[in-house]
Ligand binder design. Structure first.
Ligand SMILES: C[S@@+](CC[C@H](N)C(=O)[O-])C[C@H]1O[C@@H](n2cnc3c(N)ncnc32)[C@H](O)[C@@H]1O
Length: 381
């Protein structure tokens, strides 16, 4: 992985107090890793015999594959970034943690906003149309751009001016409008209208292609996502698992990576569009033994035919009900990938039949104190 431990990233937005999201900005990268490592080791101190593998490092800069930009300013001079304390737009379009293809897209998008006369939403006065612009960059540089709008008022003008945006951003693969009529503090609404391109952004990770639909979750840092999936594959192969569950499977990254001849993999995910994407990816790859279901992982019944389980929950973790189900499956192996070591440590206490054998930190979120951590658990005899 392309990383330099001595890198100290500097950010004018941070230094000027304009944006403080990256709480470790200005801290040398090696010190960031040491502090995350110490944090994780303190939380997982109850497992002294676990082997800690070397942390998987990231590019410290330009690693984020998605940008959630709040739109402010005016039609003539839109801002893409955040709102300040007075609800006015602050432009962050040179944000250095974003992949360079995302940053390069902001000027053409601003020109499009101006040309299509889309008024930025004014939060204080509840006027205007364009609330957010959400971008995702694929591993091969294609872009998904979503315009989050208060109503359909600007849609026809957007459609009229799109032919000018497409040549300016030839890497645009998916362009949608997302409708968020309510005045509330959420990033996007439920309704999505495809304006141009395909229904999914193809995220190629090595030999696998994951299809991302507009509202589906995908890991923030593409290189680290690939490293996570490869690590899980290695551990599941070592376990020689034949029946694998991938719980909280999203668009199927783990499931597709651990697929192998003679192995059945079943993913469970609450989001219907994510499951549709996962099924499409498995079908394209000809993986008939990789199946997916829409459902609540915490409502599963224990199945004793399962010999390995991958779990990758949101920050809240698994909780007592699912931990009890995992215990009852009697699976030999659990691979737990977590973005919150606090809930991970809590959940491990509720899995007393399992011993933490290997642990690895994955630096998914440089410049912040967040990280992903993956634990290989094996059933005690
Ligand atoms: C951290 S993401 C992991 C996604 C996937 N494993 C990946 O690598 O991209 C957590 C996922 O859990 C899903 N989710 C949240 N609550 C759930 C539940 N109760 N049951 C099943 N899936 C759930 C979310 O929609 C999201 O896709």
């Amino acid at each position: 992985m392309n990383s330099s431990l001595s890198t100290v990233m500097q950010c004018g937005y941070y230094d000027n107090g304009v944006c403080r999201s990256c709480t470790l900005m200005g801290t040398p990268y090696d010190a960031q890793i040491s502090s995350k490592d110490a944090h994780a080791r303190a939380l997982l101190a109850a497992y002294p015999s676990a082997q800690w593998l070397p942390a998987m490092l990231s590019r410290p800069e330009a690693f984020r594959n998605k940008a959630k930009m709040v739109v402010g300013g005016t039609i003539e001079a839109p801002t893409l970034g955040i709102l300040d304390a007075t609800q006015h737009g602050v432009d962050l379009s040179a944000c250095g943690i974003l992949e360079t293809g995302l940053r390069a897209a902001f000027d053409p998008i601003k020109a499009f906003i101006t040309a299509a006369r889309i008024p930025p939403y004014d939060v204080a006065n509840r006027r205007g149309e364009l609330k957010n612009v959400l971008l995702t960059q694929s591993a091969t540089g294609e872009l998904m751009v979503r315009f989050v709008l208060r109503s359909t008022e600007a849609l026809s003008r957007m459609q009229k001016h799109l032919p000018n945006l497409l040549p300016a951003l030839p890497q645009l693969a998916v362009v949608t409008a997302n409708l968020l009529p309510e005045h509330k503090a959420v990033v996007e609404g439920d309704e999505e209208v495809l304006l141009a391109g395909d229904e999914t952004l193809a995220m190629r990770l090595g030999e696998h292609v994951l299809h991302l639909r507009p509202a589906s979750f995908f890991q923030t840092n593409t290189d680290i996502a690939k490293a996570l999936y490869d690590q899980a594959r290695e551990w599941i192969d070592e376990a020689e698992a034949h029946n694998v569950w991938d719980l909280y499977c999203g668009v199927g990254g783990f499931a597709l990576h651990v697929a192998a001849p003679g192995r059945k993999v079943h993913g469970v995910e609450v989001s219907q569009p994510a499951v549709e994407s996962a099924r499409l990816s498995a079908a394209e790859a000809g993986l008939a033994d990789v199946t997916f279901a829409v459902g609540d992982a915490t409502g599963l019944n224990a199945e004793t035919t399962i010999d390995a389980i991958i779990v990758n929950p949101p920050r809240r973790g698994l909780g007592d009900k699912l931990c009890a189900t995992l215990e009852a499956t009697k699976a030999e192996t659990i691979v737990y990938s977590s973005c919150n070591a606090v809930t991970l440590a809590r959940d491990l206490e509720m899995l007393p039949s399992y011993a933490a054998e290997r642990i690895r930190l994955f630096d998914m979120f440089p410049q912040t104190d967040h990280y992903e951590i993956m634990v290989l658990l094996t059933r005690r005899n």
